[in-house]
Design a protein around this ligand. Structure first.
Ligand code: ANZ
Ligand code: ZN
Length: 823
């Protein structure tokens, strides 16, 4: 090492070394315990941001530590490289999506290397690579053959001016996010995955995922939204139709005062056709079409709706109640119709107030302060049944079951389970995605492409207009094909896959990335999976993590892997903010990793980001904090440099003799223990780093002593460099080369600590007289109360203070304090 800490030279030197020596290459090794650490792979936007730096630094510390601790570590990286931005670049600037993407990938590979991340680059996957998407198509076909993929016509959001399908998130206030024109619905035939078949398993398995943050499990649980209730049949008066409703509150059946159908309910038009209600219903329907489900079900909206001129008959008491349509009832949930109970449901309450409908309470509050006969808002809590015939007097929770039982006996209802989870719409009218490997034949219907013809390659003779159907339809070569079954002329599917499919199994491909015969070999995934530690942003808590779990389960059911769940432990890292706000271009508060690396080096960037906050918390960017990290690394560097310049020891055995030796030995061993504990499992990197900082301070103090033991100090400095290396690997390798010279840190084992040295011989206690601090004493560790009291009272200064006084009481707290009360 040179006298000056030249991070530029040092960092590129070691990056080159690691690359040339394949330092992070992994293979199956049955003699070792495996450890699979995975960070969510990035979309190749072209530039790394601080969120990436944080995500990958966290993963890197874990990977490097586990390797030093003797695990066989798999730590791969790749790119989630299909998606809309590449296509938009083509529409706007006329660049080929593939060129745009590959250029960005190469740029980002270089940026990742600059951070000194310990990846096995031989395992890199890019989802836009035919080597990868061939197997994506193969998996699709396995799912199709198993009945998990189907095509169905469904209304989708359609922007008439952009001529394209929009996702729910792209519809803002009923208008297209891009061009602001009102969005309509269009029936399109789309591919779906039957994720709903897995709803119960996806839900129940959550309990087994002990290494997942609870908040993520709650989000998944809510997304699946299992709700147990009843389906009840109401007759529609003067018709032969039954109106089925889904309710979780069968206990409130006697309190129904009106009904609501979703405006799109298939009965609605039949019921109003030719009546005076037809026109207002049509007008309302038109209005509702421009709204998405989130807007429709918002509880703050003023309630709207239209009476359709018909009445339903309540099966419990024959009461006739009016039927309305309203936006707050969705067609896609339950039966698309509800029984409304304004006394006990807030949305119904608001609607009833607006339309001046009856409010009948059927659950009485057990709280005398609430009068259910004069409600200001719906009463949704537990209580006692009233106005409900034979159910009166029952607790309402029990009444739910009793009413359902009675309905079943009468044949007018039954217990049912509903899920919020919908089947996964996976087709996109886009170019830059995996082609869906299906072929339509007039004779045979939909037929999967033959396995030997995979991959179905993306054509390059396409036009990008940003409008209408998939750009694949503009290719002269792509669509035409022959039916794999009967050999007649047929046509390929033109839609591509949602990119969430690509990211639902990449972690399996990493286990066997070069396999040309199959998506992944079973013995390989069985060895490496499940992922021991997955790290990524909480924004993926629902969709990505749910889809990946679904894939893993389906692949498990296909016998392709022995693990049913993909991720054993999950860490969701917090955001990187600046001045309390999310870093974003529009706020102009973005700090680029490039800038920091150029100015201070990657080690400083890593150290700062790991030190500034615990991984799951938000992190506020601080220039002063970065400066501080940089200064600390310089301080370590100087310590090691000076020491190695003057070192005259033998490098051999040493004895712990003096009090100063003991003190340093104590700090050294507690630091090893602290860092080992903090890094292993809790991932409390910030506290690990601060204990390393204390060790550095202790070393600076020790080094000034005349009788400092050179060999002991060597041992302590060696240890410091080893345990700091997962955080700041380049500078540590550089120092280590001078300290050791035989191995690099990637070949060195994690240090053990000496249990015996974790106990201090002496501790400092305070002595108070009448609660006032009077003296500090160094006493032997772990003295009993009595011993401590005796020691304190026999101290000269304390003696002088208590001389001639009456000692009323002595309170001794071992290893902490003695308080003497005198009069
Ligand atoms: C009567 C009732 C009385 C209800 C009461 C609630 C409270 P979860 O738990 O989310 O499943 N509902 C049913 N289908 C609906 C649809 N398609 N669109 C909008 N709302 C719908 O909620 C189930 C409850 O949501 C059902 O129970 C129904 O209102 C409503 F005091 O029925 B309830
Ligand atoms: Zn055919």
């Amino acid at each position: 090492m040179n006298e000056k800490y030249n991070f530029k030279e040092i960092e590129s030197k070691w990056q080159k070394h690691w690359k040339e020596n394949d330092s992070f290459k992994t293979d199956i090794d049955e003699s070792k315990e495996k450890y699979y650490v995975l960070e969510m792979f990035p979309y190749p936007s072209g530039k790394l941001h601080m969120g990436h730096v944080r995500n990958y630094s966290i993963g890197d510390v874990i990977a490097r530590c586990k390797a030093m601790q003797g695990f066989n570590v798999l730590h791969p990286m790749g790119f989630d490289s299909f998606g809309l931005p590449a296509e938009n670049a083509a529409i706007k600037h006329g660049v080929e999506p593939s060129k745009w993407t590959w250029d960005n990938i190469h740029e980002m590979e270089a940026q990742l290397d600059q951070l000194g991340l310990a990846y096995d680059w031989d395992r890199e996957v890019q989802t836009c690579n035919p080597d990868y998407y061939k197997w994506m198509q193969w998996i699709f076909i396995q799912f199709y053959n198993k009945g998990l993929a189907y095509k169905k016509e469904n209304p989708v959001n359609w922007c008439p001016s952009c001529q394209t399908v929009l996702a729910n998130e792209q519809v803002v206030d009923g208008c297209c996010e891009r061009c602001k024109s009102p969005v309509g619905k269009k029936n399109l035939s789309q591919w779906y995955f039957k994720i709903t078949d897995y709803a119960d398993r996806l839900l129940n398995n959550l309990d087994k995922l002990e290494g997942w943050p609870n908040k993520v499990k709650v989000m998944q649980k809510n997304w699946i939204g299992k709700s147990i209730g009843a389906e009840i049949d109401f007759t529609i008066d003067e018709t032969d139709k039954l109106l089925k409703v889904f309710t979780t509150r069968a206990d409130t059946l006697f309190g129904v005062t009106y009904m609501v159908m979703a405006p799109e309910h298939p009965y609605v038009m039949d019921l109003v056709k030719g009546t005076e209600y037809e026109a207002p219903v049509l007008a309302y329907l038109d209005k509702v079409q421009h709204m998405n489900d989130i807007e429709r079900t918002s509880t703050t909206n003023e309630k709207t709706g239209v009476f359709i001129g018909k009445y339903a008959v309540n099966p419990v008491n024959g009461k006739k109640v009016p039927i309305f349509i309203s936006d707050y009832v969705l067609m896609g949930y339950g039966t698309g119709a509800i029984m409304a109970v304004p006394a006990h449901d807030q949305r119904d309450f608001d609607f009833a107030k607006k339309f001046d409908l009856e409010i009948i309470p059927v659950v009485d509050s057990n709280n005398p302060e609430i009068d259910v006969h004069d409600l200001k808002e719906a009463f949704a809590a537990e209580g006692t049944m009233i106005n409900s015939g034979k159910f009166d007097g029952m607790n309402n929770q029990e009444a739910i079951g009793a009413v359902i039982e009675w309905l079943s006996e009468e044949g007018i209802g039954k217990k049912t389970v509903n899920y919020r989870l919908r089947d996964w719409l996976i087709s996109r009218q886009r170019y830059w995605g995996t082609p869906i490997p299906m072929i339509y034949c007039e004779e045979c219907g939909w037929v999967p492409e033959k396995e030997e013809n995979l991959p179905v390659l993306l054509p390059t003779d396409v036009e990008f207009t940003g409008k209408g159907e998939s750009p694949l339809t503009t290719s002269k070569t792509f669509g035409k094909c022959t039916c794999p079954k009967c050999g007649k002329e047929a046509r390929r599917e033109m839609d591509t896959m949602d990119t969430f499919l690509d990211s639902s199994w990449y972690f399996l491909r990493y286990c066997d990335p070069k396999n040309q015969e199959i998506a992944f070999a079973k013995d390989k995934v069985d060895y490496w999976m499940d992922v021991d530690q997955y790290i990524g942003g909480v924004e993926h808590a629902i969709l990505h993590l749910m889809y990946a779990r679904f894939f893993q389960m389906a692949l498990y059911d296909l016998g392709l892997t022995k693990h049913e769940e993909p991720f054993k432990n999950l860490l969701t890292q917090g955001m990187v903010n600046k001045d309390g706000k999310k870093m974003s271009k529009s706020l102009g508060n973005v700090v680029s990793p490039e800038e920091i690396i150029n100015k201070y080096g990657a080690d400083t960037a890593r150290l700062f980001i790991l030190f500034a906050a615990p991984p799951e918390r938000e992190l506020d960017w601080s220039d002063a904090g970065v400066e501080g990290s940089y200064r600390f690394l310089n301080r370590v560097y100087r310590l090691v440099y000076d020491f190695t310049q003057n070192y005259q020891g033998t490098g051999g055995a040493y004895e712990i003799k003096t009090d100063a030796d003991k003190e340093l030995n104590y700090v050294l061993n507690t630091t090893i223990k602290k860092v080992t504990d903090d890094v292993g499992g809790r991932f409390s990197f910030n506290t690990a780093i601060s204990s390393i900082m204390e060790l550095v301070n202790a070393l600076y103090r020790y080094k000034e002593l005349e009788d400092a033991n050179q060999d002991f100090m060597k041992k302590a400095i060696d240890t410091l460099v080893i345990i700091l290396s997962p955080f700041t690997p380049h500078i540590c390798e550089e120092m280590w080369q001078t300290l050791d010279g035989t191995k690099t840190l990637t070949e060195v084992s994690w240090p053990a600590y000496d249990e015996a040295a974790l106990v201090k011989d002496m501790v400092e206690i305070v002595v108070q007289v009448n609660g006032k601090l009077k003296e500090k004493l160094n006493v032997a560790n772990n003295l009993t109360r009595e011993e401590l009291e005796k020691t304190a009272l026999s101290d000269d200064k304390v003696k002088a203070l208590t001389e001639g006084k009456n000692v009323v009481k002595v309170i001794a707290v071992p290893n902490k304090l003695v308080n003497i009360v005198i009069k």
